[in-house]
Design a protein around this ligand. Structure first.
Ligand code: NAD
Length: 494
């Protein structure tokens, strides 16, 4: 990066000024600027964004295509070394990255540090792919013919990311994209842009070639839209809301661009009558309330076999009393604020609705300083036609619902347009199996929270949660490459 632009705010905190980074160069700051305030302490400014006009996409496109040509001919080993270096640079700057991201979007610092470690693991995992097999030999029906199929890069891929995992989601797209030989144009969400800019510094430090990853900073409806509507890209990976993701799918299909969309969720955890309710309550709340419920895999419904209901309610109340809400920079914060004014308004509306239309089971801590704090809430007596049962809340609000038995519980769990993640708590093997086989979700878990799927496993949803590809693990390699079939008659001319 040319020069680091940093200034201090009144509290002496370093402010980051983020602009687009194309071909390794920081773009000129434009007139369209936005200040970013710390959601935990609204009096603090964290940095300033300078949005690029949509023309930035044209420049990023040129840089990416040029860089991709040179990158694609490097050996797997050479690519691999750069990814290992990125992992090392992230490790060396882990504290800074986590602190900035936590100030930018309000995730508690302890959780954010874990997310940064996940980015390190992801870069190492995909670095190793540089020297792993990239295809198969296939017996030919003709003599003296060697036939094989191997992965080849797509070319230039667009990556559009949300704010809720400001480091891990971009990394689980960018790392497999580049090890497969692609270049990237990355459009982060407006309120995770400072962190994205920091990640570009890391890539530069690790000597990732200029132009291989280009950061375009702008508004979704302008720069994001231009990327999907017009850019000369060969693939597009999107994570975000179902509303925007559906447009991405439609546009990419009409342009014949390979795409993946990972979108919203309405995730249930089922508690069966034999479950140890105390142990279960603690895992349930972790799945629902960490990151203030702003995970696509967060638990938002708890469906309980009726015999266990009263004991579970007691256990949830006891557990809720231990949950500490605090600013994201407090290492003891179990949950901090939600990420933005928009999130605060939306989740507060759901909370008001929950208190008006439901019966409160348990309510959590409230933090009274100026920030986007929303106290966690569990309610029951909600109708299955109610918005709280049907819609993704993306906040610390849980609906509790009784079920007669495992069959009814699974039917309730499937009563949604979404199909991302679900879990069951039981020691009953056959009921656990019933749940695993009949739940329509991309990730199904027994005696574990709905969130927290590991990076080496396929990640993604069914139904309206996804366009049915998978991210992470080996599945990501399938998305960021296409298969070419080779056949060589090696006896020719003999
Ligand atoms: P969002 O859809 O508003 O934004 C996501 C990204 O799309 C941002 O970068 C945004 O700038 C961009 N964008 C917005 N409008 C666009 C347009 N017209 N054209 C192109 N790009 C556009 O989502 P969000 O609020 O950032 O994230 C929250 C949502 O993400 C939730 O619904 C959550 O469930 C989902 N999510 C899903 C997963 C998953 O893997 N399934 C993971 C994390 C978050």
């Amino acid at each position: 990066m040319q020069k680091k632009r940093v200034i201090l705010n009144q509290e002496g905190i370093i402010l980051v000024t983020a602009t687009s980074v194309v071909e390794g160069k920081i773009m000129k700051e434009g007139n369209d600027q936005k200040e970013i305030f710390n959601p935990s302490h609204l009096e603090q400014t964290v940095g300033k964004l300078s949005f690029s006009p949509k023309e930035v996409i044209g420049e990023a496109e040129k840089a990416a295509h040029a860089a991709q040509k040179e990158w694609a001919v490097k050996t797997g080993q050479q690519k691999s070394q750069i990814l290992y270096k990125i992992a090392d640079e992230i490790t060396d700057h882990a504290e800074e990255i986590a602190a900035l991201a936590s100030k930018e979007m309000g995730k508690p610092i302890t959780e954010m540090k874990g997310e940064v470690q996940r980015a390190v693991q992801l870069f190492k995992y995909y670095a190793a792919e540089g020297v792993r097999p990239d295809g198969d030999t296939i017996p030919s029906s003709a003599p003296d013919v060697l036939q094989y199929a191997k992965r080849v890069p797509l070319g230039v891929v667009g990556v559009i990311t949300p704010w809720n995992f400001p480091v891990a989601i971009p990394v689980w797209k960018i790392a497999p994209a580049i090890i497969c030989g692609n270049a990237v144009i990355w459009k982060p969400a407006e309120n995770s842009t400072l962190t994205a800019f920091k990640m570009m510094e890391i890539f530069k430090k690790a000597e990732l070639p200029d132009g291989l990853v280009n950061l375009v900073i702008g508004k979704g409806r302008e720069v994001g839209q231009q990327l999907m509507d017009k850019a000369a890209i060969n693939g597009l990976s999107f994570t975000g809301s179902t509303e925007v993701g559906s447009k991405v799918a439609e546009t990419c299909a009409s342009r014949n661009i390979k795409f993946q969309t990972e979108m919203g969720g309405k995730n249930s955890a089922i508690v069966l009558k034999d479950a140890d309710v105390e142990k279960t309550a603690s895992v349930l709340l972790s799945g629902a309330l960490r990151s203030a419920g702003q995970k696509c895999t967060a638990t938002s419904r708890i469906i309980v076999e009726k015999e266990a209901m009263e004991d579970l309610k007691e256990a949830l109340r006891a557990e809720m009393a231990n949950i500490h809400m605090a600013p994201a920079d407090d290492t003891k914060a179990y949950l901090g604020p939600v990420a933005s004014q928009e999130q605060y308004d939306k989740v507060s509306d759901y909370r008001r609705m929950a208190k008006k239309d439901g019966k409160v089971v348990a309510e959590g801590d409230q933090w009274n300083e100026e920030g986007y704090y929303i106290s966690p809430l569990i309610v029951e007596d909600i109708d299955t036609n109610h918005a709280l049962w049907k819609e993704e809340v993306f906040g610390p609000i849980i609906v509790l619902m009784p079920a007669q038995d495992v069959k009814e519980a699974v039917a309730m769990c499937n009563d949604t347009v979404f199909g991302l993640s679900a879990s069951v708590f039981t020691n009953n093997l056959s009921e656990a199996h019933y749940f695993l086989d009949y739940t329509k979700a991309g990730m199904v878990r027994v005696n574990q929270e709905t969130a927290g799927v590991e990076y080496q496993s396929p990640f993604g949803g069914m139904k309206a949660s996804s366009s049915h590809t998978r991210e992470q693990g080996q599945a990501a390699l399938d998305f960021y490459s296409e298969t070419k079939t080779y056949a060589i008659n090696y006896a020719w001319g003999q």
